[in-house]
Structure formats: C-alpha cells, structure tokens
Design a protein around this ligand. Structure first.
Ligand code: MN
Length: 289
C-alpha cells in the first residue's frame, strides 16, 4: 500500500458555450496545471454543470464539426443528446448513458439536444472527455460504442451503499463496458451518504476525480460538487467517502509517451500531421454528414 496524494483541487472556471447547447466549465486543457501532456491520455474535459435549458422547438447543440486523432466520450447525467457522425454512428445518449466515439482517422460529427427533450426543456448535465490515441491508432478506422446504463458493467458495494459504474478499464473484478486502445479507467462512483470506495491505480497513471453531485472526503479534505481533484503521481491507493449521496467521476490512464500536437478538433503528434488533417478536411476526406 502506498498512498496516492492530492496534488491540487480546482474550482470550476467561468463557463462558456459550445454551440448553443452546452454550457461548459473546461478543466482540461485550459486550466494551468491541467494541460494535455499532464493529463494525457485525457486531452480535454468539458463539464456542463447542472443548467436549466428552457423549452425550444429547435434543438440546441453543435452543428457539423470534424475530429481526428482521438476519441470523444460523452457521459450524460441529466438530459438527452442526439449524435450523428459521418461513419454512420449515431443515437440518443440518455441519462446515465455513455457514448464512446473513436474519431481516429476522422469523422464529421454533430451533437444536439434530443428533439423531444428539447421541446420540454429541463436540467441538463453532461461531461465530454477527449481521450488520446497512440500514434499507430490515430489513423485507424472510426468506431462507435453506445453504452446504455442498463448494459453498463457495475460493481455493487456491500449493503446497498452504492455502485461503481465501470465505463472503461476495470474496478476490482468488474471489467469496463468500453473497449479502449490504451490502459484507461473511467468510472462513475455512485455512493450513498457515508459510503466509501477504494481505488488502486499505478502511480504513473494520470488520475483525477470530478464531483458531479453531492460532496466527498478525499484524504480528509472536503471536495464539493463541481470541483476537480488532481491526484499526484506519487503512489497507488486512495479512498473517497461520500458526505451526502454523491456521484464522482473517476479518471485514471497510462500516459501515452508521445508528443502532442493539437489544434482545434485535431490532436496529432506533429505539426505536419495537423496540416494534413486540415488539408484532408478541406478536401472532403472526412465524409459527409
Ligand atoms: Mn464532437
């Protein structure tokens, strides 16, 4: 047993809109200390903290945009989003669901509030993560994994004290629902007040937690909702205790030991590959949507 300590707690920064449908606090990579290389393989984390969208006949969202060189992972906590991409993937991500989209060589993508939900409006809460791909997979074929909450693999805590939803990687003997290209763990820890969960990750894995709902104690430090805890790369073990009914997003991944070249919706290894991505996009090689 060696303790993995807290490196720093981050408050959410001022939100901004992505399109007109996502009011997000960006943690990775815009907050100093949470850049792409520090958090690698997590390249981006946008968090739409709970926000009320009034009814709209026209769904709000983000119209057609490209991605290349990584995966986008959308985790819905409240509200419903409808996605489509140029490789033929698409569907509705409802509360509790996850969509794991491998953009890899390139897709066009659009993301809107689901039509019926949009008509009714309501509280909306969502995370979008970008997950890095190793160089030899950046130009792989696009792929799409729809993980409904009912099909998600889960670890149940004793005495009904909560559930660890294993989106990717593994928690104890429960294997995650998503297939990944490099070792990565993504969980939603849904804990009842007073419940604790322990975690064990290699010390070099970049590891962080985001309190989605409720509040937790992490090594005797109280972390409120919407706050982000960056763990140091000093040890392997830590635990959390929910101080009210809580949901905590847990992220840990092996850093990919390669250079990162990023511009807008493209994340490659070199500047030349970014130029190529723009040329391919402009030449229509990302397909049609
Ligand atoms: Mn997208």
């Amino acid at each position: 047993m060696s303790t993995k300590n807290i490196q720093k707690i981050y408050s959410p920064v001022t939100p901004h809109f992505v399109g007109d449908g996502f009011r997000v606090h960006n943690f990775i990579p815009s907050i100093p200390g949470l850049d792409m290389q520090r958090m690698n393989p997590f390249l981006m984390l946008d968090y739409n903290a709970p926000y009320y969208f009034p009814p709209s006949a026209t769904p709000r969202g983000v119209d057609v945009h490209p991605h290349r060189g990584f995966e986008t992972v959308t985790i819905a906590y409240k509200g419903r989003v409808e996605h489509h991409d140029s490789s033929g993937g698409g569907g509705v991500i409802a509360e509790g669901d996850v969509q794991w989209m491998t953009a890899a060589s390139g897709v066009l993508h659009k993301e809107f509030h689901e039509q019926e939900w949009s008509k009714q409006g309501g509280d909306f809460q969502m995370v979008q993560l970008w997950v890095n791909l190793p160089a030899h997979n950046k130009m792989s074929a696009p792929k799409y994994q729809a993980i409904s909450n009912s099909n998600m693999n889960k670890f149940s805590l004793e005495q009904g004290l909560g559930t660890i939803e294993v989106i990717a990687g593994h928690y104890k003997d429960v294997v995650g629902s998503a297939t990944t290209y490099t070792p990565i763990h993504v969980y939603n820890a849904k804990l009842k007040k007073g419940a604790s969960a322990i975690f064990h990750f290699p010390s070099d894995y970049n590891t962080a937690l985001l309190v989605i709902e409720g509040s937790m104690l992490l090594q005797e430090q109280a972390i409120p909702a919407n706050h982000f805890a960056l763990m140091a790369n000093d040890g392997e073990d830590f635990s959390i205790t929910a101080t009210e009914d809580s949901i905590v997003l847990v992220l840990s991944g092996a850093p990919i030991p390669e250079p990162i070249a990023a511009y807008g919706p493209f994340v490659m290894n070199t500047k030349e590959e970014l130029v190529q991505a723009f040329e391919d996009f402009n030449a229509g090689k990302f397909g049609t949507l």
